[in-house]
Design a protein around this ligand. Structure first.
Ligand code: ADP
Ligand code: MG
Length: 400
């Protein structure tokens, strides 16, 4: 598979008998009390890359961060449970070094034989990782002959293991996860089939204003739901009651609507919403027009008329990027709008359909539709930066 920018796929790298450092994203959620892994999706996602390297007889050195130990060796952030789970999944031994770099790490790496796996301890135990310190980067680079990045979720960070070390390694390339992300997300930046519609929602305008602005240059239509829509509706003079609104972003919202109309990009906002007086309001959750939101109520989902209208726009699109749920989808009473959008993407077989964002990915998985869209990105912040057209340090480092 040829990747944009001349980036090599791991399958193209001469890894036989070589020491291959793989930057993986093993930042898995752990149960606070038991320290058990609650979701191992990030480990299973990288198995194809690791299995490929085992099959080719590479000497594999895995590097990852876990949580925010902030430059200190904090045992609660040890990769030990991750190494154990990986060993279980692959049915091979995984030798965990007791530090990210140092004599112990060097020994674990130099003891490797072809097809064996070593894992460095949490890279963020060393302040050099996040500081992208050159000495730390050179030390990591000294552990390998070939560098592979399979951690798309951290590609927007210029850290030692995602960026700094790469220039000190001879050969480099993308693992299967990274390659698929680059392949699908870069299609959104090129010549796309039109109409191209961006569906945006979620918690805040402030998180996504740069994405909104950048997408305006590329799309034909923007669909806005979720709490983000509240700010736009208030900017249009509607009364949102007790809904979540970012009052300091009203000017940004107005500015966006003006630019969109200049560029002839259609912006679709909710015409009805599901309101309730609290998240646990048993009575509430009824649809009202956006012109008649009761003063004591909050808009917590798009309404049925809006869901129908959004579904129609999505069904007519030939390229769709979706980020951000349409409502408080974590609560079944306020999940209908998000499910309707998820289903509309899944049903549109003619379009390239891409989902990005942690909560959006969770929502489409919850709907059981993750395998019915073209691509669900594993990166939250990274996918948003990518679709904005920004050059991610972790991807830039892989180019020749
Ligand atoms: P993503 O992770 O996909 O980028 P965000 O983090 O921006 O999405 O937003 C997800 C959050 O937004 C969810 O926790 C959801 O409950 C919240 N949300 C969506 N709509 C509303 C709303 N109308 N009022 C309050 N919160 C909302
Ligand atoms: Mg989120």
């Amino acid at each position: 598979m040829a990747l944009p920018g001349g980036i090599k796929h791991v399958e193209e790298l001469p890894v036989e008998g070589k020491r291959v450092f793989v930057r993986v994203d093993f930042n898995v959620p752990l149960d606070k009390k038991t320290k058990q892994i609650t979701d191992d999706a990030r480990i299973t996602a990288t198995l194809p890359t690791i299995q490929h390297l085992i099959d080719r007889g590479a000497r594999i050195v895995l590097g990852s961060h876990l949580g925010r130990p902030e430059g200190q060796a904090k045992p609660e952030f040890s990769l030990e449970p991750v190494a154990a789970r990986l060993a279980e999944l692959l049915k091979v031994d995984v030798a965990l070094a007791d530090e990210p770099v140092g004599d112990g790490a060097r020994k674990v790496v130099s003891d490797l034989r072809d097809g064996q796996i070593a894992m460095l301890e949490n890279l963020r135990f060393d302040p050099g990782e996040e500081a992208n310190d050159e000495t730390f980067a050179r030390t990591l680079a000294s552990y390998c002959d070939i560098y592979v990045n399979d951690a798309f979720g951290t590609a927007h960070r210029a850290h030692a293991s995602t960026s700094g070390m790469v220039k000190f390694v001879g050969e480099k390339g993308a693992g299967y996860v990274m390659a698929k992300e680059i392949d699908f997300l870069s299609r959104l930046l090129g010549e796309v089939d039109r109409p191209y519609v961006a569906v945006l929602g979620g918690a805040k305008v402030s998180d996504k204003i740069e994405v909104l602005d950048a997408l305006l240059e590329r799309v034909n239509g923007v669909v806005i739901g979720g709490a983000m829509a509240n700010t736009f509706l208030e900017a249009q003079g509607k009364n949102l009651g007790k809904s979540k609104v970012e009052r300091d972003k009203l000017a940004n919202a107005r500015n966006f609507l003006r630019k969109a109309s200049e560029k002839k990009v259609t912006v679709h906002l909710p015409t009805d919403v599901i309101v309730a007086t609290s998240l646990d309001d048993g009575e509430g959750s009824k649809p009202v027009s956006v012109d008649a939101i009761p003063a004591e109520s909050m808009a917590l989902d798009i309404g049925p008329a809006t869901a129908e209208a959004f579904k129609k726009v999505i069904s007519l699109a030939r390229t769709v990027f979706w980020n951000g749920p349409m409502g408080v989808f974590e609560k079944p009473k306020f999940a209908a709008g998000t499910l309707a959008v998820a289903r509309a993407l899944a049903d549109n077989k003619l379009a390239l359909t891409v989902v990005g964002g942690g909560d959006s990915a969770a929502a489409i998985a919850q709907a059981g539709l993750a395998d019915k869209v073209s691509h669900v990105s594993t990166g939250g912040g990274a996918s948003l930066e990518f679709v904005q057209g920004l050059d991610l340090p972790g991807i830039a480092a892989l180019r020749p």
